[in-house]
Design a protein around this ligand. Structure first.
Ligand SMILES: Nc1nc2c(ncn2[C@@H]2O[C@H](COP(=O)(O)OP(=O)(O)O[C@H]3O[C@H](CO)[C@@H](O)[C@H](O)[C@@H]3O)[C@@H](O)[C@H]2O)c(=O)[nH]1
Ligand SMILES: [Mg+2]
Length: 267
C-alpha cells in the first residue's frame, strides 16, 4: 500500500523516547492507517544509540527510519529536511519526547484531509498544559504567543505539533521558510500560500511533561525567535511597520513583568 502520511520527528539525544513513541504511535494509528504511514526521525548525529534503536524497531516490522544529519543542527531545519524527504502527501510534525500525545495523530491526519494546515493546540476547552510545566516556560510561551498574535489567527502558533499538505510546502519559494530556531509552524503559517477559506484546522491536545532527556530550548533559541518575529512582521506588514513589532515587544515585556509579579505574590 502506498505511503500517504509521513510523521516527522526532530530528535536530538532522544534514544530513550524512540521506542515508546514508535509503539504508541502505530498502536494509535491501528492496522489500516499504519500501512499508509511512515515515521521518520531526523537526528543530528546524537551518537547515543538512536540509530540502533530505530533499526531494531524496523526489524520488528514498524515502518520507521532515521535520517542522520552531520552537517547541520537545529529543530526547524531538521523538520524541513524530514518534510523534503517524506514519501507521504500528508505531513505531521511532532516532538520525540512524548509531550505531544501520539494518540492525537489520527485526529490530525483526519483533519488534514479537509484543511491545508492543522495545528495541535493547547488552548481549547478541556485541554491545556501539564501543571508540572515550569512557570518560567509558561511565561515565555504566553509572551511569545502574544507577540505572534498579529501574524496569524491560529490559537497556538508556538506549537511544535502540527500537520500540513505537502503540496503547499512544495509551492513555497526556495529559501523562503526560515530554518532557524524552534518556531517552524509559525513561519509556515505566515509564509505558505494557504487557501483563503477554511485553511487551518485545529486539534486540541494536552501538553505533557518530559520524563526522559532534557529540553533543548536555550537562550539562543529565544533570541532566534525575536529575530524571526522581526522578519515575519516585515514579511507580512512591510518594512515600514517595524513600529508594530516594537510595540508588541514592549507589550510582551509588560506582560512578562506582570506574570512575574503575580507569581511572586503567589509564593
Ligand atoms: N534534530 C534535532 N532535533 C532537535 C534539536 N533541538 C531540539 N530537537 C528536537 O525537537 C523536539 C523538541 O525539543 P525540546 O527540547 O523538547 O523542546 P521544548 O523545550 O519542549 O519545546 C517544545 O515545546 C514548545 C511549546 O512550548 C514548542 O514551541 C517547541 O517547538 C517544542 O515543540 C525534541 O524531539 C528534540 O529532540 C536539534 O538541534 N536537532
Ligand atoms: Mg520537549
Amino acid at each position: 500500500m502506498a505511503i500517504e502520511n509521513s510523521v516527522i520527528v526532530p530528535a536530538y539525544h532522544e534514544r530513550l523516547n524512540i521506542k515508546p513513541l514508535t509503539t504508541r504511535l502505530f498502536a494509535a494509528l491501528g492496522n489500516d492507517l499504519s500501512k499508509q504511514t511512515e515515521l521518520v526521525f531526523v537526528d543530528d548525529n546524537s551518537q547515543d544509540g538512536s540509530v540502533e534503536e530505530v533499526d531494531a524497531l524496523r526489524q520488528q516490522g514498524f515502518n520507521v527510519r532515521i535520517i542522520v544529519r552531520t552537517d547541520e543542527r537545529g529543530l526547524s531545519s531538521a523538520v524541513l529536511r524530514g518534510f523534503r524527504d517524506a514519501q507521504g502527501q500528508y505531513l505531521v510534525c511532532m516532538d520525540a519526547d512524548l509531550q505531544h500525545p501520539p494518540e492525537s495523530v489520527p485526529a490530525l491526519l483526519t483533519s488534514l484531509r479537509t484543511h491545508a494546515f492543522v495545528l495541535g493546540t493547547r488552548y481549547a476547552p478541556g485541554v491545556g498544559i501539564d501543571k508540572d510545566w515550569p512557570l518560567y516556560r509558561r511565561v515565555i510561551s504566553s509572551g511569545a504567543r502574544l507577540m505572534a498574535r498579529p501574524l496569524t489567527v491560529a490559537s497556538d502558533p508556538m506549537s511544535g505539533f502540527f500537520g500540513l499538505q505537502k503540496r503547499y510546502l512544495d509551492a513555497a519559494r526556495p529559501g523562503d521558510v526560515n530554518a532557524q530556531g524552534f518556531k517552524i509552524a509559525l513561519d509556515l503559517l505566515v509564509k505558505l500560500q494557504l487557501p483563503a477559506h477554511n485553511a487551518i484546522g485545529e486539534v486540541p491536545f494536552s501538553f505533557g511533561v518530559r520524563t526522559e532527556g532534557e529540553s533543548k530550548l536555550s537562550g539562543k533559541v529565544m533570541i532566534q525567535y525575536v529575530q524571526q518575529l522581526r522578519e515575519l512582521y516585515v514579511y507580512k506588514f512591510g518594512a515600514n511597520n517595524l513600529v508594530l513589532f516594537l510595540v508588541f515587544w514592549a507589550v510582551l515585556c509588560l506582560y512578562g513583568l506582570r506574570q512575574l509579579a503575580l507569581a511572586a505574590h503567589a509564593l
